[in-house]
Design a binder for this molecule. Structure first.
Ligand code: ZN
Length: 245
């Protein structure tokens, strides 16, 4: 009898899932339906955002908005979106938006959070995705993906890296799976049709970012799969999954 291949993203016991990305709204845009699906299945979803998106100004931003005020609003929007998804906690690093660099100091912060939370599954985005469908991918997205992958390997599980964290009581920890979203090199496709309305509802909490609600909803509906029909709509989210078990 051949060994049964486990279905990706289906686990037989509750998993702790840590999502590390650059901005508020990134978790929902990049992989919100998958996260909602996991939370509904009883897994613990925790966010760690490296900036508060304080430069997220756009055509609909009021003229008297300041970066500090926007930062505060985006904290509230992200908390609301996380609640819709079913994520338990949102941690923030509060680095300046737009200036993320995957340097050793930032890697230490990410390793610190991995060792503190001890996730079974880590979610981030693809640092190699330069040309997104809408133009250029944001440099913070690439920096976040790079620093998270560099933190996973070889640092998080190796006591020789950042020994000062061990002196803080944070022992080495290695997640068993890393899920890389927003990738042009996927090896795993999740059918997220059932959770798509939850993703949309979560995205609608990011009021400062989505502009006209009806136009936004219409745009999101066009993100269906090629074989999707009006009777049987289908939506997918794609990942590069790396397993360490
Ligand atoms: Zn972003």
């Amino acid at each position: 009898m051949s060994e049964e291949t486990p279905t990706p993203g289906v686990w037989d016991s509750p998993r702790r899932i840590l999502v590390i990305l650059a901005h508020p709204d990134d978790p929902e845009f990049f992989c919100g339906a998958t996260l909602a699906h996991w939370a509904a299945a009883g897994h613990e979803v925790i966010y760690y955002l490296l900036t508060c998106g304080d430069k997220g100004f756009n055509d609909s931003t009021p003229a008297d908005m300041t970066p500090d005020a926007l930062c505060a609003i985006r904290h509230r929007e992200q908390q609301a979106a996380a609640s819709v998804i079913g994520a338990k906690v949102v941690h923030w690093l509060e680095r300046p938006d737009g200036y993320l660099v995957p340097d050793i100091e930032l890697r230490r912060e990410v390793v610190r959070m991995i060792r503190k939370i001890k996730p079974d599954v880590l979610v981030t985005c693809d640092p190699q995705n330069l040309f997104a469908t809408y133009g250029l991918n944001h440099p913070d997205h690439r920096a976040a993906g790079q620093v998270v992958l560099d933190a996973v390997f070889p640092a998080a599980g190796n006591k020789e890296y950042f020994p000062e964290l061990i002196r803080e009581g944070l022992e080495p920890h290695m997640p068993s799976e890393v899920w890389v979203s927003l990738t042009s090199q996927p090896n795993t496709v999740m059918d997220v049709t059932a959770a798509w309305p939850t993703k949309l509802q979560a995205l609608l909490q990011h009021v400062t970012q989505i502009g006209d609600v009806e136009k936004f909803k219409a745009r999101m509906t066009t993100r269906h799969t090629e074989d999707s029909t009006d009777e049987n709509p289908r939506f997918e989210e794609r990942f590069r999954v790396i397993k360490y078990t």
